[in-house]
Ligand binder design. Structure first.
Ligand SMILES: C[S@@+](CC[C@H](N)C(=O)[O-])C[C@H]1O[C@@H](n2cnc3c(N)ncnc32)[C@H](O)[C@@H]1O
Length: 253
């Protein structure tokens, strides 16, 4: 993680946030510099003090149709192929790097039973809030029933010592050093790079995951980046690549 950021992120509570969020301190007015969380009526929003447009910001919306759009390729999509999803298969997946929750939600919508972890307090708070809003919607999405758990935890600590429950698939999608690209990254991505930085410990997480996954560990990478370790298989998408590490002796079936 990026260790230069402040220890706590300010939260402009405005009386709307009920739960005490770890690593986050209440404030009464927007700070002069840096990131802060704003508890707005539409949902918890990450804002930057130097942003001119105060109505903009990063608020996760799991009901905006983006998950359904990601399902367009169904089980033929690179993500589904990387996880080896077959018709009616319903593997258990530990998403160790849940982030904005898009992959977890997509996997749940594809029928996987998902248990997700996120260690950064801001990402955890934003997504926890989005999940709460999705659950309270008039018509909650059907895939929510497959998203079984979301925890504020570092996957290294969570897997050490190994928990009694094992998962068919462990999924890792770490933050990588910003790739050189022609186009400016989307604001959400640029902010996450600034807030979280690079997950330099992803190779240690892969080593840990490989000893735990019953079937396979899948690492999502930028299409042109080096694998964390030599994979058994790869699935290529447009901009990303999935590196697949098979368990030494996967269970039959
Ligand atoms: C690239 S983002 C993941 C994006 C996510 N797959 C999605 O679909 O939105 C990486 C996230 O993993 C989190 N992360 C990285 N290493 C972690 C670890 N060891 N334990 C828990 N969370 C981790 C980071 O804080 C960051 O939010």
């Amino acid at each position: 993680m990026n260790t230069d950021r402040p220890a706590a992120i300010p939260l402009l509570a405005a009386g709307a946030v009920t739960a005490a969020l770890p690593g986050i301190e209440p404030i009464e007015r927007p700070p002069a510099t840096g990131f802060y969380l704003d508890a707005r009526p539409q949902g918890l929003t990450l804002q930057h003090a130097e942003t001119v447009d105060r109505d903009s910001g990063l608020c996760i919306d799991l009901l905006d149709g983006s998950i359904e759009r990601r399902l367009a390729g169904g089980r033929k999509s690179p993500l589904a192929r990387a996880l080896g999803l077959k018709r009616r298969s319903r593997p258990t997946v530990l998403d160790t790097t849940c982030g904005l929750g898009r992959d977890s939600a997509t996997l749940a919508a594809l029928g996987c039973d998902v248990h997700a972890l996120e260690r950064h307090p801001v990402l955890f708070a934003l997504l926890d809030d989005a999940l709460m809003r999705a659950r309270r919607a008039d018509t909650p999405p059907a895939w929510l029933t497959h998203w079984q758990a979301f925890e504020h935890a570092d996957a290294h600590a969570w897997l050490t010592p190994p928990p009694p429950r094992r998962f068919d698939i462990i999924y890792i999608d770490p933050m990588f050093a910003a790739a050189r690209r022609k186009a400016r990254p989307q604001k959400a991505l640029a902010w996450l790079n600034e807030l979280i930085g690079t997950d330099h410990d992803a190779d240690a997480l892969l080593a840990l995951a490989r000893g735990h996954a019953l079937r396979q560990t899948v690492v999502k990478q930028h299409a042109r980046s080096q694998p964390l370790a030599a994979p058994d298989r790869q699935v290529h998408g447009k901009a990303v690549r999935f590196d697949i590490y098979l368990a030494a002796s996967p269970p039959a079936g």
